[in-house]
Design a protein around this ligand. Structure first.
Ligand code: C5P
Length: 255
């Protein structure tokens, strides 16, 4: 499914696009969630890097029968496009213009940039390090937030990022803030990088992460912040499976 397109590819009306619940069972562990006809649901998962948001959001969406929206991938894709085209990331206007011109498609965990699958290319350490330029750019954020809202108008979604419960979907039915200690998050990130053939010392990973945390929390537009009505889940000592179980249970209790 195409979730985000060039500016101007406006989607049809929200009501027409909202998916309807089809299966009338709601036990935890797999069945599509029961929803009143025509009602669409947004579940937001925000939190710092390395808290396990992406895998938890993807699996939660699968269990609920919802779509999954990885908003960090969109900022990463803009960064990759800027690098490839020689656009100066430090030039806010040029990056915003570029962002508005791009055709970005999200298909669950796959992301296409101008039709090319860049799901792996956007996950390099270089892109991770440089994405703050796009994320700190208010005009880029405005555009991507608009795309995120258009995407979510198409059905029931689990969205994941930094500003989903606070800025993008303040009316979301279920909001979560996933976090973990800096050391635990850095350890996970180190494993993640190593699995992709990029081994780094833990103190280096931790230093990069601290910088990202500080940038994420202090940006004037769309900073990382816990929504007042978000449920906080500290994932230290929990397996990914346990995190998803908890999220699923809370969503099903609330809807
Ligand atoms: O979540 P992920 O690490 O893929 O996000 C990449 C970068 O994009 C983050 O460092 C963060 O600064 C930024 N981001 C953001 N707002 C979002 C999602 C990600 O600013 N909603």
């Amino acid at each position: 499914m195409v979730l985000a397109c060039k500016q101007g590819d406006a989607r049809a009306g929200l009501a027409a696009r909202r998916r309807q619940a089809r299966v009338a069972r709601g036990r935890p562990g797999g069945d599509r969630l029961v929803l009143a006809e025509g009602r669409a649901v947004i579940v937001t998962i925000d939190g710092p890097a390395g808290a396990g948001k992406t895998s938890a959001a993807r699996e939660l969406a699968r269990r609920l029968g919802f779509e999954f929206l990885d908003t960090g991938a969109m900022y990463r894709a803009v960064t990759l496009a800027a690098l490839r085209r020689g656009v100066d990331l430090a030039d806010p206007q040029a990056v915003a213009e570029l962002a508005r011109s791009l055709h970005i498609e999200l298909h669950g965990s796959r992301i296409l940039l101008e039709g090319e699958d860049v799901s792996h290319a956007i996950r390099t350490a270089e892109i991770t390090r440089l994405t703050h330029f796009a994320a700190d750019n208010p005009a880029v954020r405005e555009h991507l937030v608009q795309l995120q809202r258009q995407a979510a108008a198409q059905g029931n979604f689990v969205t994941e990022g930094r500003d989903q419960g606070t800025v993008v979907f303040p009316e979301a039915e279920c909001k979560f803030f996933l976090t973990a200690s800096p050391q635990e998050r850095a350890r996970r990130r180190q494993l993640d990088l190593a699995a992709r053939g990029d081994w780094r010392p833990l103190d280096e990973v931790l230093a990069d992460q601290n910088l990202r945390d500080q940038r994420d929390a202090s940006r004037p537009v769309g900073p990382l912040r816990q929504a007042a009505d978000a449920v906080v889940i500290v994932t230290d000592g929990l397996t990914p499976e346990q995190v998803v179980e908890r999220l699923e249970q809370l969503v099903r209790e609330r809807l």
